[in-house]
Design a protein. Structure first.
Length: 619
């Protein structure tokens, strides 16, 4: 008998009702174990809050606005009733359950029925058709089933289950080693397939599949050079315990030795990207993924062209940068100003572009600045220490860079003259490569770090990165093995939760934004800002928020928490104006972070930390 949705949602309720991770894992394992394998695969996927496997490539493209319309249609609820329900739960799934109680439905849906409906929704081109199919699905669901279907559709289960816990449950259900399950999923990117391998004891057969994003390793922020050194020394001291003997030293030499464990790089202000290419099965295919796991390939055709010729499967980690050639024309070929990255603003026009014109390509040359190598020569090398990955990366760039060269006749962009690029021309002396190796040095002294920071800022980069040379690449982790030292003043990455119509010149535009930081599974507002965005950006945001409104209160709308801002501020105050208990003083929007998913915004803890650090300075 196929797995019923009723049973699945009952499990979800129990999962949401227990705070214990152990218990959650045990409940899931027991449930999965009792199901036939293909259905257990679907269940695992849905438990993780995903309608499709990562390698699948399909998307539902159904958002809160469409779902709200469907719920209103099915329940007949008025706007105020919808709003009240939403406010009670703070999530659409929970609200829908309340609102749909007016209907009585007998549970009949199975997990394969849900999979079929998702497939049809993804296949429907028009929103109206998607809405009709979604309506059909929710019509057959009980209120409780609708609650979880909506959560899966929106990709946020709020049961406290992350994919890593589902991996653990799979391991427990089929008596497999958790490390093997994790490894298999990282390589193959398809949870149902991994479950099938685990169930049949074949996890060892999982192979790396290119063209699905691996998790990105992230860096922890530090505010000052001193803090960077302190944190980094602690991290390295930990790592050094397991490091080769020559790095394990005692006495006064320790600090020096620890310092030298640091690899120093510039922190670039571009778009973090993972590039997959060189598949023998799919020659010429190149994929670029953002750190929010989105496929950005179509937005950067020149990078695709440059990497299409690779015949060795590769996964590189790096940053897409708008590139400026240095001053040319110095007789001996040297340049007074070196090639360098342009600030993020130059790239902004390319973010999310589906069609890239020849003009855009010419106006903004882009390169891929590689700083890590994750997969090469048929081997996953994330588990190797950074210094080994770095060596492999350097060799690779040396060998492969010529393929990525673009013949060019460039006049100096720095002096603002017209740039002419002739793509596909035979490489000339002044050509440039699309693949660039991020310069890195081994740190020698505190003074060098201070100088490096100043130099990086002078080059127009955001700051510096310190990376532990013995650290492995930890996908999806923000650890202390990578530290970022950026602006002198702290900034916060926040998500917009409400938008308000402006006044005067901005009347008619949603130009005032309330924003929040993360607090566990929830969000807490910390401020409201309206300065720092251009008119064009306000127009774009207005359109977006109109389409992603949760509730319309007239002059203010609560919106789906999707748009991430980087905000600067003067200081943090205690305040009861927002539900966080804090308010940012004089917040200003530095930029819209299209590259950052809402899951990765800063936390309430971070706000409290900044608050505390201010106190330290006053005392
Ligand atoms: P943030 O976006 O502020 O959380 O800082 C982390 C980001 O710094 C990464 O996602 C990268 O986009 C970016 N980054 C810039 N330069 C580097 C580098 N050399 N190594 C690693 N990450 C870098």
């Amino acid at each position: 008998m196929p797995a019923t949705l009723a049973q699945f949602v009952e499990l979800c309720e129990r999962l949401a009702g227990t705070g214990s991770k152990l218990q959650k894992r045990a409940l899931m394992a027991e449930y999965l174990h009792a199901l036939p394998v293909p259905e257990a695969g679907l269940a695992a996927l849905y438990l993780a809050g995903a309608p499709f496997a990562e390698t699948d490539g399909r998307e539902l493209k159904v958002g809160g606005a469409l779902l709200s319309r469907v719920i209103a249609q099915l329940s007949g609820a008025s706007q105020p009733a919808m709003l009240a329900a939403y406010l009670r739960h703070g999530d659409l799934g929970g609200a829908a359950r309340d609102l749909l109680e007016v209907r009585s439905t007998v549970p009949t849906l199975t997990l394969p029925d849900v999979a079929d409906a998702f497939e049809t929704i993804a296949g429907a081109a028009k929103p109206a058709a998607k809405q009709q199919i979604t309506l059909g699905l929710l019509q057959s669901a009980t209120p409780l089933e609708a609650k979880y279907l909506i959560k899966i559709i929106l990709g946020d289960m709020r049961t406290g289950i992350k994919v890593s816990l589902v991996e653990e449950a799979i391991a427990a259900a089929y008596s497999a080693a958790i490390a093997e399950v994790r490894n298999a999923r990282m390589l193959n990117g398809n949870l149902p397939e991994v479950l099938e391998l685990a169930a049949s004891g074949r996890l060892g057969e999982a192979r790396m599949k290119l063209f699905h994003p691996l998790g990105f390793m992230l860096a922890s922020p530090v505010e000052t050079v001193e803090e960077a050194l302190q944190r980094f020394s602690n991290e390295v001291a930990e790592e050094a315990k397991s490091a080769p003997p020559e790095t394990r030293q005692d006495g006064p030499a320790v600090k020096d030795a620890l310092l030298k464990e640091a690899q120093l790089e510039d922190k670039y202000d571009g778009i973090r990207a993972q590039i997959h290419c060189g598949s023998p099965e799919q020659p010429g295919r190149v994929a670029l993924f953002s750190r929010s796991r989105e496929d950005m390939t179509v937005s950067f055709p020149e990078i695709v062209e440059a990497f299409a010729g690779f015949d060795n499967p590769l996964v590189l980690d790096g940053e897409i940068l708008a590139w400026s050639r240095g001053n040319e024309g110095v007789p001996d070929g040297s340049r007074a100003v070196a090639d360098h990255a342009l600030p993020f603003a130059s790239l902004q026009a390319r973010v999310g572009r589906k069609r890239v014109t020849a003009e855009m390509r010419e106006d903004t040359p882009v390169v891929f600045m590689a700083f890590d190598l994750l997969y090469a020569n048929g081997e996953m090398i994330m588990e190797k220490p950074l210094h080994e990955r770095r060596r492999a990366l350097e060799e690779l760039v040396q060998r492969e860079q010529p393929r990525t060269r673009v013949g060019s006749r460039l006049s100096s962009m720095a002096s603002g003259q017209q740039t002419e690029l002739h793509f596909g021309e035979v490489a000339a002396a002044d050509s440039f490569a699309r693949l660039v190796l991020a310069p890195a040095v081994q740190l020698q002294s505190v003074e060098q770090l201070e100088q490096a920071y100043v130099d990086a800022r002078a080059r127009g980069n955001e700051g510096v990165m310190l990376k532990a040379r013995h650290s492995i690449y930890q996908p999806g982790r923000r650890g202390l093995a990578w530290l970022k030292l950026k602006r002198e003043l702290a900034t916060l990455d926040v998500v917009v939760t409400a938008a308000e119509y402006g006044q005067g010149r901005r009347a008619g535009w949603l130009s005032d934004y309330t924003f929040a930081v993360r607090d566990g599974d929830g969000l807490r507002n910390v401020g409201k800002a309206y300065s720092g965005v251009t008119d064009a950006e306000i127009a774009r945001l207005t359109q977006f928020f109109l389409e992603h409104t949760l509730e319309d209160f007239g002059s203010v709308r609560t919106v789906e928490p999707l748009v991430v801002f980087e905000v600067a501020f003067n200081n943090v105050m205690r305040s009861d104006r927002h539900d966080s208990g804090f308010a940012l003083r004089f917040p200003r929007i530095l930029r819209i972070r299209d590259d950052k998913p809402a899951e990765e915004i800063d936390t309430l803890e971070r706000v409290a930390e900044i608050y505390e650090s201010q106190l330290d300075k006053v005392v």
